[in-house]
Each structure stands twice: as structure tokens, then as C-alpha cells.
Design a protein around this ligand. Sequence first.
Ligand code: UT7
Length: 321
Amino acid sequence: MKTRICGTGSALPKRKVTNDDLSKILDTSDEWIRSRTGICARHLAVEESLTSLAADAAKEALDEAKINPRELDLILAATLSADHLVPSLSCELQRELGAENAAAFDINAACSGFLFALQTADVYIKSGQYQKILVVGGEILSRLMDWNDRSTCVLFGDGAGAAVVLPDETSGILGSVQGSDGARGEALLCENRKNNNPYIANGTGLSYVSMNGQEVYKFAVRTVPKAILEAIKKAGLAIEEIDLFVLHQANIRIIESVSKRLKVPMEKFPTNLESCGNISAGSVPILLDHINKKGMLHKGDHIVLAGFGAGLTWGASVLTW
Ligand code: UT7
């Protein structure tokens, strides 16, 4: 039995913010952001909540899969920026969708989160415990940014993507890998609120995302090609048999480096980071939905999905569409 993606969906906030817009409030420029990252614009949540974005994405995915929310057995949401610490995004989504028969929980594996959630869904389906699963990845990272730190806040965007997965005899996930390196976690950090119990002095305060960009960059270009090759091997395929590589959208230079190391042309690496920026757990499912809507996915195609980021974490899956 395989786990097949039968529907996708995505939602971006209405407010689009270009590099030029940012250069009016920060010491930055379109030239710097574009040449270092490939990013030209991103969407930032002003009116939307993460729950509302995730619900819009989920409804599209459910429609395409022809699944009623009441049929769902499980909702898995990957995020590090849920609207509340509790209830989880997945439980809020359950309420919004009226998916009253589903169990629901969140997964935090940062930018690899959608891959970890998808692979968790795969294990549940293979075990026979659940059949109809909604997997969501989404972020409102703009709430975690230090808007005075030009080295991080220009990189990220907000949005949510969703996939409905069902058991299938022939098509679906063929092989997956996942990994973590907690020892190098400080490279990309966001502290929770400080403990303010009565026995701690100066306990209050909030912190924002801080990143050693070059450390994360080196980690990504070394780890992602290896993970992809391992997943392709597990799937029993050769790299030439892969039609598309749907990678986490952090930086066009990282994607170009992966393409070069794998000796695969850039045409096989669709991107949307130009208009979306880095949406962490949202980026892979949003890009997957964008290429699905453009008609770039055909039955029988072999697709690689790969994510990497804070933790540090990485994950890759190979599937037949
Ligand atoms: O989802 C995974 C999360 N993160 C990533 O994947 C990030 C991976 N890393 C990267 O993409 C790159 O390291 C960055 C895009 C973050 C940075 O690019 P870089 O080529 O490594 O630049 P840098 O950090 O070495 O900074 C170069 C210069 C510095 O100035 P000085 O010290 O050379 O005078 C920065 O202060 O660029 C300056 N700078 C900026 N200038 C204009 C940093 N941010 C900006 C900015 N606008 N927004």
C-alpha cells in the first residue's frame, strides 16, 4: 500500500510586499535581496490568521481529493508559528473545517516540517491505522521576525499549503529519508517566551528569529543533495527518472547548487521564491500546489520533495504522481 497525494491547496495573504517596499523601511535594496536570494516579493499576513490561511488551503485540497472534512481520520499540521501555543493549529483547523472525526496534532520540524508530517502520514497509512489524512504546512513567520534585522526579515514570507493523502495500490510515496542535527541547532534560533515564574529574576521578554545565514547555507548545500540521492535509491529509481524536484524555497543559490551537485538541469527545479520568499513549513506544499494548478504534474511522474532548515532538520520523499 502506498500513500498518494490526491489533492493540493494553498493560500497566501493578500498583502504583497516587494523588495522596494522593504527598502523604504529598512537599510536594504532590491538589488541586494534579489542577487543574494532570488526573492523579489513576499506576502505578509495583515488581516489573516494562520488558521484562516490553512483552512483556505485545506478546502482546496479536500475539494480536489473529493473528500468531505467529516471523512478525515487525521489532521497533521507542520508549523513553528501557530496562532496559539494551545490549541494547536491542527485542532483549530479541525474546528474551522468541521472535521469532527479526525485526530489532530502539530509537528515542528521548521522548514522540513511538511516532509516530516507527510512521512508521518505515510507511516499511519501503511500501518492501517488511518486512511484519510490532511497534511498542512504553514507559517506566519512575520510575527517572529525582528523587523530591525535586515539580514533575516527580508527572507521570509507567510502562507499555507495543504495536501490530502489517501491509500493507493499503485501510485504514491516510494521512499523517504529524514534526519536531524540538534548539535548545530543554534545556527537558526527563535527562543520561546522567557520563563517568568516567581523564582526567576528578569523573566519576561520575547525573542525573535536569529540566524547564522552562512552556516545554514553550507548545511543546506551539503545535506540536501545527499538526502535526495538516498531517497531516490530507497525508491528504487535512478536520478534520470525524476521529472521534478520540489525543494524548500529558501534561496535560489541553494537550489542552483543542488542542481549542479546532482547534475540535473534547473528546468527540473520549479520555484516560487521570487514572489513568496521563504515560508518555512509552508514552502514545499505551496509550491507543490502552484505547479499542480499550472498542470505541471502528470499521472505517473516521479517527483522529489525536499525540505531543510532549523533544528537542524532535513527530509526528502520520492513519489509517483
Ligand atoms: O529555511 C532555511 C533558512 N535559511 C536559509 O536558508 C538561509 C541560508 N543563507 C542564505 O541564504 C544567505 O547566507 C543569506 C541570504 C542569508 C545572506 O547572504 P550572504 O551572501 O551570506 O551575506 P552575508 O550574511 O555574508 O552578508 C553580506 C553583507 C553584510 O555586510 P558587510 O558585513 O559585508 O558590510 C551584511 O551586513 O550584506 C549585508 N546585509 C545586507 N545588506 C543589504 C545583510 N542583509 C542585508 C540586506 N540588505 N537585507
